[in-house]
Ligand binder design. Structure first.
Ligand code: ACO
Length: 433
């Protein structure tokens, strides 16, 4: 960040004028720095939903929503379509550079080493009913890691942080798979140290004690890419939650557990489930794509075209473009012609030529095609948002650490404009009418 000396914003309030500094990011995004506003003027700014408020300076991910650009640590998202593994990208996001071969091997070995859950933690799963939503289990069990690793509450140095990060990235996969096994009444499958990150997860999800699941290369590649594409997205709802919780000094596990809860909602990570439900409804013949789009435009219906629209992207979400092409390529090989893909294409076509969506700049987002791909590789619908959480975890960790390491950062504590009752007296029970 640099502070532009030449340019300042002038705020006029009544007879007074105030100069406010302009700050500029490395990609020339600009902000008016209002840190001293209340002290100097007595005013605050009001921005519900934070559409115009920067909460921090961050060096992790850059998005240009108008142009549909997404970069991790400067690298365009499109360049992750080929060979990188999720492990590679996780390291890049968290530590700022691509790992050297030695760093990669060590991190990868840590991810293998830490995959098991403490047996005591395994028993915690027994307390949940079979119908428990996997996202609820995921959040609870990530928080439970705080109980089993008190030594990682205070992270003294980079080495300790690296171990905590590797533990969390490794164990989230085991927790996720156990949550799924629990929902099906299936025995838990221990991680296999001979398998890499994605195949090991699929093994814990789908192997049986009497039969090993072998992860097809195609499935491995698709899931690897889905995890990479979800790995970070700057100050989205769940990441902001992680930073906010972390700003109070809460440990990494507790902060990321809160991130899972924020991600769960249908307007955020839960949208991938809603997209599939929408496609299935249309497929079941309840509605045509045309009728669904009409309903989504009707403000009285409360229906939205799920997987469309984004707070930041006012152009194509580049992740949606990449996933659309993966769906086109993979689905015929994995599951034959999927009628849901055809419905998705039709919805996209209708919406992109409809003035309602054009005027509001509503385009497909990352969730529009991810559910169709996850379904094709055998992931059940109730696990879609869990997969999103596994993918997003490196981003949460990177942001938690960035906040922790930034000395100037304070506890996150927004203000408000109070609109309730003004001063009045308490009325004892016997005098209330
Ligand atoms: N379908 C129909 N109308 C929509 C949609 C949609 N998917 N999204 C936005 N709109 C309309 C709103 O009704 C509003 O119309 P108005 O100006 O006439 O009142 C206008 O577009 C602006 O919408 P907001 O809700 O103000 O936009 P915001 O930036 O707050 O919300 C959000 C973004 C939550 C993603 C929204 O587009 C949405 O609900 N989309 C569907 C859910 C979804 O796909 N979420 C996943 C997002 S990506 C992610 O989190 C990983």
């Amino acid at each position: 960040m640099s502070e532009s000396k030449a340019e300042q914003a002038t705020l006029i309030l009544g007879d007074s004028q105030y100069q406010l500094p302009i700050v500029e990011g490395s990609e020339h995004e600009r902000a008016i720095d209002i840190r001293t506003l209340r002290d100097r003027t007595g005013y605050i700014t009001l921005d519900p939903g934070y559409g115009n408020s920067g909460s921090c300076e961050s060096a992790i991910t850059f998005i240009d929503g108008e142009q549909g650009i997404l970069r991790y640590r400067g690298i365009p998202i499109e360049q992750f379509a080929g060979s990188p593994t999720f492990t590679d990208v996780a390291w890049l996001l968290i530590f700022g550079e691509l790992p050297t071969p030695a760093e990669y091997e060590e991190f990868s070995a840590d991810l293998t080493r830490f995959a098991n859950l403490d047996e005591g933690m395994k028993h915690q799963f027994e307390g949940f009913p079979r119908t428990a939503p996997p996202m609820a289990i995921l959040s609870a069990m990530i928080n439970a890691l705080s109980c089993f690793h008190p030594e990682l509450h205070e992270l003294e140095d980079l080495t300790q942080f690296r171990h905590a990060a590797a533990r969390l990235i490794s164990k989230i996969r085991t927790i996720a798979a156990y949550a799924f096994r629990k929902s099906r009444g299936l025995p838990y499958i221990y991680p296999d140290p001979s398998l890499k990150y994605v195949p090991n997860f699929m093994h814990m999800m789908f192997s049986q004690p009497y039969k090993q699941y072998i992860c097809p290369q195609l499935v491995r590649e698709a899931l690897n890419l889905i995890l990479i594409l979800h790995a970070d997205h700057e100050q989205n709802c769940s990441t902001s939650t992680v930073r906010m919780v972390g700003s109070s000094g809460a440990n990494l596990f507790a902060s990321c557990a809160a991130g899972v809860c924020a991600l769960w909602g249908p307007l955020h990570g839960g949208a991938n489930v809603e997209v599939l439900t929408m496609l299935e409804q249309i497929h079941a013949g309840n509605m045509t794509p045309e009728e669904y789009v009409k309903l989504a435009k009707d403000k009285d219906s409360k229906v939205r075209l799920m997987g469309f629209g984004h707070r930041v992207y006012k152009n194509f979400d580049p992740r949606a473009r990449m996933l659309a092409s993966v769906a086109e390529r993979l689905l015929p090989q994995l599951s034959g012609d999927d009628p849901l893909l055809e419905i998705a294409r039709r919805l996209e076509e209708i919406a992109l030529s409809d003035p309602y969506f054009i005027e509001r700049k509503l385009y497909p987002n990352v969730d529009f095609y991810s559910g169709i791909i996850l379904r094709a590789i055998g992931i059940p619908t109730n696990m879609f948002t869990v997969i999103f959480a596994i993918g997003r975890l490196p981003g949460w960790i990177a942001h938690w650490w960035e906040h922790d390491q930034t000395q100037r950062n304070k506890i996150a504590r927004p203000r408000q404009i109070y609109v309730g009752e003004t001063l009045r007296d308490y009325v004892p029970k016997e005098r209330r009418g």
